[in-house]
Design a protein around this ligand. Structure first.
Ligand code: RUB
Length: 315
């Protein structure tokens, strides 16, 4: 039983962040399971299911924080149905396609909700690169609103540059600033607008490192913080007391070995995400409408029940 080479390539692309951002990771994972199903030469339904589980385990192990990844795997594996390999294959095709269509639709629906919060002439401050957050801006621009953006570069990997490029393509004037300049410019900002990798049952938002500091500063300045996150970002295991793993990435992203050596070889740590408590967030904007963070648990229960399974593990 083999995990298909293309699935391995998808896993490697997620691991190295060639494919990155919670929504894009989920989309890639669902497509990878479909690839595995298409390539399968399993002789029995049991073998087919085992192959799918092995592919899902490989994908699951790539990055720990964005819950969109296990939520995507769960969606496709729960859709497995049929008595024969052919029927099982057809069910994966159907479910993976359905997942990707829903993902796109959710993003454009939440974009419209988020756009309603933005007024003509507003300035938004962004952190990292979030397709959900940019969907709100795009939708507001489509409504004819003129927006401006102050874009944090987002060290260590500078995903703010991707945001700057995409905003520019939408015709939104961009001012790029270093992360530590954020507070300095908050008085000129009408909304802090960020995405999320996971949202916990208490309404805490897990997003790119630096989000929580930005949110605390925004609260101090009276600037509203809007989190754009489709419901795929809700972390159902937090309903039953689990916490969200914060990914620690390679220290070379922060400083290369030679420079590190030159400055006395200090200990270096590189957490990729942080946790913003709900009291610093004004609204979580989803495809189901906007929610105060404290009430997100109700939506989470409605969508995910009381907890989650791990269908990629061996039965
Ligand atoms: C990306 C990041 C994004 C969320 C949401 O981190 O923190 O804000 O994933 O993105 P990384 P989206 O670059 O480490 O993956 O809205 O596109 O799902």
């Amino acid at each position: 039983m083999d995990v298909h080479e293309e699935v391995r390539e998808t896993a490697a692309a997620i691991d190295t962040m060639e494919t990155r951002g919670a929504a894009a990771i989920a989309d890639a994972a669902a497509r990878a399971l479909r690839t595995q199903a298409r390539a399968s030469d399993a002789d029995s339904p049991e073998e087919f299911r085992a192959e799918l589980r092995a592919a899902a385990r490989l994908l699951f192990a790539t990055r720990p924080t964005a819950v969109s990844l296990p939520n995507a795997l769960r969606y496709v594996l729960h859709g497995l149905a049929g008595e024969t390999v052919e029927e099982l294959h057809a069910s994966v095709e159907r479910t993976a396609d359905d997942f990707c269509v829903r993902l796109d639709r959710a993003q454009s629906d939440l974009g419209q909700v988020g756009a309603n919060r933005l007024r003509d002439g507003d300035v938004v401050m962004t952190h990292c690169h979030s397709t959900d957050a940019l969907a709100c801006v795009e939708s507001a621009v489509d409504q004819g609103k003129a927006l401006e953006a102050i874009v944090k570069e987002t060290r260590p990997r500078n995903q703010g540059h991707i945001t700057a490029e995409e905003l520019d393509a939408m015709g939104v004037p961009v001012t790029l600033v270093v992360d530590s300049a954020a507070r300095h410019y908050l008085n000129d900002v009408d909304h802090v607008l960020v995405g999320a990798d996971s949202i916990a049952a208490d309404g805490s938002v897990i997003n790119k490192i630096g989000t929580s500091g930005l949110a605390v500063n925004a609260r101090d300045r009276g600037t509203p913080v809007m989190v754009a996150a489709q419901t795929l970002k809700l972390h159902p295991a937090t309903l039953t007391g689990h916490t969200v793993d914060i990914e620690l990435r390679d220290t070379e992203e922060v400083i290369d070995a030679t420079h590190r050596e030159r400055i006395g070889d200090p200990k270096v740590v590189n957490p990729a995400f942080d946790v913003t408590p709900p009291r610093y967030v004004d609204a979580i904007v989803t495809e189901r409408g906007q929610f105060p963070p404290e009430s997100i648990v109700t939506l989470m229960r409605e969508l995910f029940g009381e907890g989650t399974t791990r269908p990629w593990e061996e039965p």
